[in-house]
Design a protein around this ligand. Structure first.
Ligand code: NDP
Length: 278
């Protein structure tokens, strides 16, 4: 048997990453001869660490915090999503070529539309936060042709600048941005929490009237159970609640398919690493 192809996730810290578990299970299920490990990249030494991985024959990397911007700078070719996000979460190495992709937003949209059964076309979508995760989600959501996509952020100027940068690159007028105080007049069908508030058990300042009862409340954070945002949504009467575990697994599946040409099944893995929303 030939020696396995090498892949890894690089980040700092990295011990919490579920990517090795997910990708090794994908490889086993699809009979791909590969090994996938975790690399704790020393801060400030992204390029040198990736150079060493490639010199040892590494074929591809997932990239997580704090290196997603470094991954863009390191690449020789950026996908549309990586360019729009200004960040990459997957690299593929072929000789001197370094291709970069950002699958976070595509993974989010696939989880919402495919796994959770909520079409985004013609819907009113609210995206909370204007950081890296929000930036990466905007283009894939717009590709679904929602009736509107409103980006709300605590620091209003950041939301405005983010939306302006997408408009400058041809985004439609259905993309709008502003502060939380602009919310509450009309309900949204899908509300996605892309703030990091749930990591500190904080609640984004969202009026109950922003939620549509038959809509979806989605928290990108995963493994935290019923976050304050999801609690707020439940109290507002929203019946469908989800955390970001499906987004995590779907972005991994996209990267796997890009590297190996085989798209793995995701449902069993999502079920395996899901934490009940209680
Ligand atoms: P960033 O640090 O880039 O952005 C954080 C955002 O959260 C900012 O817009 C910030 O607002 C806002 N924020 C932080 N605290 C609060 C609060 N108490 N109230 C309101 N807004 C707040 O983070 P990322 O964009 O990288 O990540 C956001 C979340 O998405 C994280 O929880 C991360 O775990 C999750 N994520 C999940 C993924 C998955 O696969 N499921 C993938 C990637 C991210 P301000 O600008 O005002 O500071």
């Amino acid at each position: 048997m030939t020696s396995p192809d090498r892949y890894a996730v690089i980040g700092n810290p990295i011990s919490q990453s579920k990517s090795p578990l997910i990708h090794m299970a994908f490889a086993q299920e699809s009979r791909q001869n590969l090994v996938y490990t975790a690399i704790e990249g020393p801060l400030g030494q992204f390029a040198a660490t990736v150079d060493a991985f490639r010199a040892e024959g590494g074929k591809g990397l997932n990239v997580t915090l704090p290196f997603k911007l470094d991954a863009c700078a390191y690449a020789t070719e950026l996908s549309e999503d990586a360019r729009a996000a200004g960040a990459a979460n997957a690299l593929k190495f072929e000789g001197d070529r370094v291709q970069a992709q950002n699958f976070d937003g595509v993974g989010l949209v696939r989880d919402i539309t495919h796994n959770l059964g909520q079409a985004l076309q013609g819907k009113r979508v609210l995206l909370l936060g204007a950081g890296g995760a929000s930036r990466g989600a905007i283009l894939p959501i717009l590709h679904q042709a929602p009736a509107c996509l409103f980006v709300a952020n605590r620091t209003v100027a950041k939301a405005s600048a983010l939306v302006q940068s997408f408009h400058a690159n041809g985004a439609p007028a259905t993309l709008q941005g502003g502060g939380f105080d602009e919310l509450g007049r009309d309900a949204f069908d899908v509300i996605i929490n892309a703030t990091s508030a749930s990591l500190s058990a904080a609640t984004p300042p969202l009026p109950a009237s922003a939620f549509a009862a038959d809509g979806l409340a989605y928290d990108m954070v995963y493994g935290k159970g019923l976050t304050p945002f999801l609690q707020l949504a439940r109290q507002a009467g929203v019946r469908q609640l989800a955390d970001g575990v499906g987004m995590l697994v779907e972005q991994a599946a996209e990267a796997f398919a890009w590297w190996r040409g085989v798209r793995p099944e995701t449902r069993a893995m999502i079920a395996r690493i899901s934490v009940p929303l209680v």
